[in-house]
Design a protein around this ligand. Sequence first.
Ligand code: LMR
Length: 334
Amino acid sequence: MKISKLLAGLFLGVAAFGAFAQQPIVIKFSHVVAVDTPKGKGAEYFAKKAGELTGGKVKVEVYANSTLYKDKEEMEALQLGAVQMLAPSLAKFGPLGVKEFEVFDLPFIFSSYDDLRKVTNGPVGKQLLSKLEPKGIRGLAYWDNGFKSFSANTPIKMPADLKGKKMRIQSSKVLEEQMRALGSLPQQMAFSEVYQALQTGVVDGTENPISNLYTQKMHEVQKHLALTDHGYLGYAVIVNKKFWDGLPADIRGQLEKAMEESTRYANQIAKVENDTSLEAVKKSGKTQVYQPTKEERLAFKKQLVPVHQKMESRIGKDVIQNVYKEIGFKPDSL
Ligand code: LMR
């Protein structure tokens, strides 16, 4: 072989290797809500930060609105390594076998975002994330959405107004019990299917923070919305453990920093996003927004707090007590 041909071949080989070496590490981040929500914006922010802090060595591809996977599928995809990052709601870890997260679903347990911070930043939050490890999952952070409201096609003022209604829920036994305590018929369903189910009457009503209701246009197919703030909906940002542990240490450190900053951002915007969505829902005139009186809200509370005790055997009495202690909640002092 001529020496020039050999050199040309060598040059091409080096160039190809260079291009290969520069291929960014791709993180597929799949989620089920719209981009314009606390989680949607948090994911975009993380993608941007991860790119910046790793100097382009990591590329985060965000797939919003169930475009890649729906609720149940995304958990399986993460464990199989088809995606690397998710942020499922804390109500969706039961099917994985980590039922303790359902403590976050207990009705009326948290009365503010401050309460949440005490739990998620404290030992209970850490201990819960560690329960994901045997499932091949690492928990990185907690992101807020907000407090849920009930919606339906008939007015909701008192618990009895939801009696006999088919109510869509996430895959949480606590939420199932909550709906039963109201005399409703819980219907578990993937988030991506809720709008159509409400539109066609497969279910009568649902519960969600307003940012989710508005961005999925659920308010267009629900005539009534009661601002009950009866429960919390937030997320655990999780990664495939094998993937995460296999990253070069410097890159993992930069991604941890990106996650820290994104968590601060996501938790900062959550309330504002929900407030803005509420204003938009009101302005749309498509649904009637009702603010329950103190007495009406207390009636919901009285009917729903007994769910805590009922769910002790599922969540663990110790987990519930630890959360109570952290936030000073007293179930008997309603
Ligand atoms: C729901 O299914 O209602 C929520 O978990 C959606 C989400 O991720 O906020």
